[in-house]
Design a protein around this ligand. Structure first.
Ligand code: ADP
Ligand code: MG
Length: 789
């Protein structure tokens, strides 16, 4: 054995002498002695070297409050309900325990899934995954991102190799149902980030199914800025003596201190001018603008892009393709100055760096939604500002915010200083039909979103000046809001039913507080839907009717095809079963056409009358035969070939008659003119024979052109020669056939031959004239001879 080989063996033996298990034992022994008051840095905690290295390399040195208070408790194996303000570092508060627990259990790739982190949106899952990759880079633990819109096959193959999975609920359930390689039997830790959102009605069914599949012996960590305290939620997760860690519970405000918050009241029709002016005045800032529906975001983005505000615009909403979503998310992260138009998919958890302003163009559905939207700025020691735009009818929201310890001040805008892009929008929409349709959808989507809001004290769809709003979007007319009309009708019906029932003294109360909304069957779609969720768990109002709202409008919005149960319908009672008999179908174009057909009104028919008021029938346009008329009046659809052939044959007879009559007329006219010419000739004095010939020829030419009022049809071939002669047996037919023979000769006369005929006649006439002159000459000779004699 060489010296080098000996050294290698020594090193190997040395390594073996310091087993990992001993280090782990040491770390674990310190868990119970963690002093929260003294622990300021991560290095003060008994953490593995790999974790500490990952943290320091990413400049995570000092702990935030939530990290200090919860990491130790989580390491001890407690179930935790963590609550801390937005931007206070909750992500690391759960990621560090996850890494450490798996490390201490000496988790390897072969052990399969050890920890599951569930988040409500794909972007948030991606963000957590990226943080985990940075912090956990020195651990020999694998992690996977499992979100909707990604390659399912690729994910399926690798699922069994993942020790930590970051996911959205819908996609996770899909793997649980379909993927044989997915096995969570060994799972140790379950984390719900934005836990209250994961557990609310939007994800209810999916989350219940997921929880059913997970091993009951596990540690559970829940984190949110608006943590759920609902006993029901905790029971669903079967938490064991959870510790409620709320670091800011006793602080003066619920929102970060570095966040400056204000609100304005603004009429619906001024909102766009307000936003445009705001953007134009904050070109060197990074801004997020929240709207309540995807279609509003889409329209505002497309319209403002064309108006060129002078700053980059981006839009993030659920109906975008996943790759687009990701690239927009990343590009907004990198940008220094930009405006992001977004729905509530961007409201929770996302940590865009250096946001200056959050503008909430539409009132958030509740205080929690406000806190999360505003929390996209003023994150971790940085400053930020938030502006809430309220309609005068929504001002009650301010009271709600103040009750929840949110400091918000009113600011006033001078409407005369607003720059309105209204005229430009109108011009844009006039030119671009697609954009106009987008605007129409945005309009309907907004009205619907207001209608679907649960808090009817704040959201009143009837208080909206929809016409003015449509105009402000650049639309010439308000689009029809069919669902509202439907609802109003239903309301009327319901009111009738109510009064009837009340008189019958029958209670229609069917309070059902315990059962939650049932629209979470594919909850991953929920982040696509951007539906403002309607909670009923904390409702004080009694629900008087269990309602199922189902909209199937053709101009369907993402919020249209949803089913919602247990919506508080105190204000808008809706019957579950429509009284279809009372419904009037809208008159469609097809129905209108059928109606006209039934009345036998022939549309666009022109009838001519003579001076006596009698109808003039144009035989060329009207069917003449009895059979044809009968056939026309038959309402039967389709063509009966046999009858149609017969009809054509009959009509053909009439056509021929018309044709002949025309020819006859033409020849009569020619003859008349010839006679007139002869008369004129006779009365004329003798003229030069050549000149006369010329003149006649000219006359002939003119008469040929003006022989009849109608077009010259003489050049047409005889139809009988093409279709063959059909002689009728009855009298009328025979008289017609007589004429037929005559006209047959005439009709074959062509223009040139006619001219020949006429010139021959002239020649005869000339000959006569010549012979007359000869006679005269003979007489003269005779007279001269007589004189000579
Ligand atoms: P929350 O989930 O509470 O809203 P995040 O976990 O997203 O907050 O953290 C907000 C920001 O603070 C992130 O940019 C994160 O990198 C940063 N951060 C978190 N903890 C620390 C820390 N201990 N030191 C420095 N920065 C931190
Ligand atoms: Mg977070």
């Amino acid at each position: 054995m060489t010296m080098a080989d000996k050294k290698k063996v020594k090193a190997y033996v040395k390594k073996k002498r310091t087993p990992q298990s001993k280090i782990i034992e040491e770390l674990q022994s310190k868990y119970n002695t963690i002093d929260v008051a003294k622990a300021i840095k991560f290095s003060n905690l008994p953490l593995s070297k790999s974790t500490l290295k990952g943290l320091t390399e990413n400049n995570y040195v000092e702990m935030t409050d939530i990290q200090r208070q919860s990491i130790g408790l989580a390491l001890q194996g407690n179930d935790i309900l963590g609550a801390a303000k937005t931007g206070s570092g909750k992500t690391l508060a759960f990621l560090i325990p996850v890494l450490e627990i798996l490390y201490c259990k000496q988790w390897t790739r072969l052990d399969g899934l050890g920890a599951l982190v569930i988040t409500p949106t794909r972007e948030l899952a991606y963000q957590i995954y990226e943080t985990l990759r940075k912090v956990g880079q020195y651990h020999d633990i694998s992690a996977g991102l499992v979100i909707g819109g990604k390659d399912l096959k690729f994910e399926k193959k690798r699922m069994d190799q993942c020790n930590i999975i970051i996911c959205t609920p819908g996609r996770l359930l899909q793997h649980m149902d379909e993927n044989p390689l997915f096995d969570c039997i060994n799972m140790q830790i379950l984390v719900l980030d934005e836990a209250d959102r994961c557990l609310d009605m939007g994800f209810e069914r999916t989350m219940n199914s997921i929880i059913e599949n997970l091993p009951s012996k596990r540690q559970t960590l829940l984190f949110s800025a608006t943590q759920t305290k609902s006993v029901k939620d905790l029971a669903r997760l079967s938490l064991k003596d959870p510790l409620y860690v709320s670091v800011h519970e006793h602080s003066a405000h619920t929102t970060p201190e570095s966040l400056q918050q204000s609100y304005i009241t603004c009429s619906l029709e001024d909102k766009i001018a307000m936003l445009w002016s705001f953007i134009r005045n904050h070109l060197k800032q990074k801004i997020i603008v929240f709207f309540s529906s995807c279609k509003q975001v889409k329209y505002m983005y497309e319209a403002f892009c064309r108006l060129r505000p002078g700053v980059s615009l981006l839009a993030l909403y659920g109906t975008l393709h996943q790759l687009r979503r990701m690239s927009i998310y990343e590009s907004f992260c990198k940008k220094q100055h930009a405006v992001l138009f977004a729905t509530d998919i961007a409201a929770r958890g996302l940590d865009f760096p250096a946001i200056n302003w959050v503008v909430q163009m539409d009132c958030p559905e509740d205080v929690n939604a406000y806190i999360h939207r505003a929390g996209r700025t003023a994150r971790f020691k940085s400053n930020g500002e938030s502006l809430l735009v309220l309609l005068p009818s929504e001002e009650t929201m301010v009271e709600r915010l103040k009750q929840r310890k949110i400091p918000i001040n009113m600011i006033k805008i001078n409407p005369s200083k607003l720059q309105s892009p209204h005229r430009k929008l109108e011009a844009l929409l006039a030119r671009d039909v697609t954009l106009k349709e987008t605007a129409q959808r945005a309009f309907v989507a907004y009205v619907k979103s207001v209608f679907l809001m649960k808090d009817k004290e704040i959201f009143n769809v009837h208080a909206l000046n929809t016409d003015a709003y449509a105009k402000s979007l650049g639309l010439a007319f308000s689009p029809r809001i069919r669902f509202l009309q439907k609802m109003q009708k239903q309301m009327a019906i319901n009111n009738n039913v109510k009064t009837e029932r009340e008189t019958d003294k029958v209670s229609i109360d069917s309070s059902n507080d315990s059962e939650q909304e049932d629209n979470g069957n594919n909850s991953d779609k929920n982040d696509i839907l951007d539906i403002p969720d309607i909670k009923n768990s904390e409702t004080k109002n009694t629900i008087k009717n269990t309602a199922v709202l189902q909209f199937d409008d053709s101009d369907d919005d993402d919020i249209l095809t949803i089913k919602r149960k247990n919506i508080d319908v105190d204000d808008i009672p809706i019957m579950e079963n429509d009284d279809k008999r009372n419904k009037k179908k809208p008159l469609t174009k097809v129905a209108l056409a059928k109606k006209i057909l039934k009345k036998k009104i022939i549309p666009n028919k022109k009838i001519m009358f003579n001076d006596e008021g009698q109808e003039l029938i144009d035989s060329a346009k009207v069917k003449m035969s009895e059979l044809a008329r009968e056939y026309e009046n038959e309402v039967d659809s389709g063509i009966n070939i046999e009858i149609a052939k017969q009809v054509l044959r009959e009509e053909d007879q009439f056509d021929k008659q018309r044709f002949r009559a025309k020819i006859r007329e033409k020849h009569k006219e020619e003859k008349r003119k010839l006679k007139a010419a002869k008369k004129a000739e006779a009365s004329e004095e003798e003229e030069d024979a050549d000149d006369e010939e010329m003149e006649n020829a000219n006359n002939d030419d003119i008469s040929d052109g003006e022989s009849s009022d109608g077009p010259d049809l003489s050049w047409l071939p005889d139809p009988d020669k093409i279709y063959g002669k059909q002689r009728n047996t009855d009298d009328e037919a025979s008289s017609a056939s007589e004429f037929e023979e005559k006209s047959e000769e005439e009709s074959t006369v062509h223009r040139s031959s006619k001219r020949k005929l006429v010139t021959q006649e002239n020649k005869i006439r000339k000959k006569q004239k010549v012979s007359d002159v000869d006679n005269l000459q003979a007489d003269e000779e005779l007279a001269l001879q007589l004189l000579q004699n």
